[in-house]
Design a protein around this ligand. Structure first.
Ligand SMILES: [Zn+2]
Length: 94
């Protein structure tokens, strides 16, 4: 994704800031063990309140600490929502 590449440095800096400032998951409100690997379900990750693909800004205010599993669940929910709204507005012009 070219957009992700361009904002990569900024994202890394903001992500480090979120990890330093927050201790609780923004989704389930449980504490996040930041010593765990970010690849584990209960490990720490940083997510966006409004997804970038939905027009959310790359700002600290739009980011929060989340468990990886909560982040994945949120993304799945959003993907299903997008699919539904696409299905509701058919736009095939060829
Ligand atoms: Zn969580």
């Amino acid at each position: 994704m070219p957009r992700g590449k361009r904002t990569g440095g900024l994202y890394r800096a903001l992500r480090a800031q979120v990890l330093a400032e927050e201790d609780f998951c923004g989704e389930c409100r449980l504490p996040v063990d930041k010593t765990l690997s970010g690849r584990l379900p209960w490990g720490p990750t940083v997510g966006h309140l409004i997804a970038l693909v939905d027009g959310g800004p790359m700002l600290r205010a739009n980011m929060q600490l989340e468990h990886l599993r909560c982040n994945v669940a949120k993304e799945n929910r959003r993907r299903a929502q997008r699919r539904r709204s696409r299905a509701a507005t058919p736009s095939r012009e060829w």
